[in-house]
Design a protein around this ligand. Structure first.
Ligand code: HEM
Ligand SMILES: Nc1cccc2nccn12
Length: 290
């Protein structure tokens, strides 16, 4: 499968900054969502799921075709909860119908990441919607029960190495798990909408106990109401992953720049962009206050 980027005709940084601002303003006005967590985390998760169907073996899946708009893809039980993110973005698409869904879902994640204090993340437009026949079959999303070799093998399909996998999973500092969505529960602390390297400090510094949760799934719990999925905890069980967990726990700047790089790589995986077109870097709302 070939995915050639075709940027929306005649649109400039200013046009995309307008969309960024619409999403960011809507995040601000609907900050009560999910008991005050806000929409940022679920928007980041949607950008990940819309890219997580990628397969390097035939270059299929990934963010290009915006196929998460189809029920066939969005109905994957492992995507439960993301209907909140697509419903949040529907009016944004109505306001800017010229923006492809692939660009909408990835721009939503970049906007959320920056508005939650994450790194400045370059973004390129040009994903082109493809039809329902291009929706990959279910089975390409990761399961939370996996161990380290499961995680390593899963991301091999993207061609991501150990360092990239650990950096990418640092996104789990954001938001929370919901029993009604995934059958996992927590964290229950309150600063789950500020992007930081704390996911790694939590993994290393807390005392973790493997417990059965209310949905009879096994998860790692620590005092103070934080939790880890089995796939999260795998990062400290495997010595090769553990090396990078320590690096990022010690160095927030290194985490921010490595997360930015692998997040961009994820959102653009499988797409051929014209390298003469400069990636766009958006201002945050705060940076635009007069
Ligand atoms: C081994 C790979 C991964 C697994 C098994 C996994 C699994 C999960 C699960 C079970 C949840 C809870 C969903 C819910 O109950 O609402 C979740 C939430 C989340 N995931 Fe992941 N995830 C993975 C990788 C990623 C990646 C690569 C990103 C982003 C770069 C990401 C971003 C998020 C975010 C931001 C949330 C919070 C969503 C919210 O608060 O509504 N995850 N993930
Ligand atoms: N916030 C959050 C979301 C998903 C997974 C996860 N593990 C630890 C924290 N966490």
């Amino acid at each position: 499968t070939l995915h050639i980027a075709r940027p929306e005709k005649g649109k400039t940084l200013a046009d995309f900054q307008n969309i960024y601002n619409s999403i960011a303003e809507k995040m601000k006005s609907e900050s009560a969502y999910d008991d005050g967590t806000g929409y940022g985390p679920v928007l980041v998760r949607l950008s990940w799921h819309s890219s997580a169907t990628y397969d390097k073996n035939d270059n299929s899946g990934g963010s290009y075709g915006g196929t998460f708009r189809f029920k066939k893809e969005a109905s994957d039980v492992l995507s439960k909860g993301l209907e909140n993110a697509t419903k949040f973005l529907d009016p944004i698409h109505s306001e800017y119908p010229w923006l492809s869904h692939g660009d909408l879902y990835t721009l939503g994640g970049v906007t959320a990441l920056q508005e939650l204090g994450g790194p400045k993340t370059p973004w390129r437009p040009g994903r082109v919607d493809t039809g329902p026949e291009t929706v990959p079959a279910h089975g390409r999303l990761p399961i939370p029960e996996g161990n380290a070799s499961y995680v390593r093998n899963y991301y091999d399909r993207f061609g991501f190495n150990d360092q990239e996998v650990v950096a990418l999973l640092g996104a789990h500092i954001l938001g929370k798990t919901h029993l009604k969505n995934s059958g996992y529960d927590g964290p229950w602390d309150d600063d789950t909408n500020i992007f930081s390297n704390e996911f790694f400090g939590n993994l290393l510094e807390r005392k973790w106990t493997l417990e059965k949760n209310a949905a009879s799934n096994m998860q790692y719990n620590a005092k103070g109401g934080i939790m880890m999925l089995p796939t999260d905890y795998a990062l400290v069980q495997d010595p090769k992953y553990l090396k990078y967990v320590k690096k990022y726990a010690d160095d927030q700047d290194a985490f921010f720049s490595d997360f930015r790089d692998i997040y961009v790589k994820l959102l653009e995986r499988g797409i051929s962009f014209d390298d003469s077109i400069e990636p766009l870097v958006f201002k945050t709302l705060k940076e635009q206050l007069k």
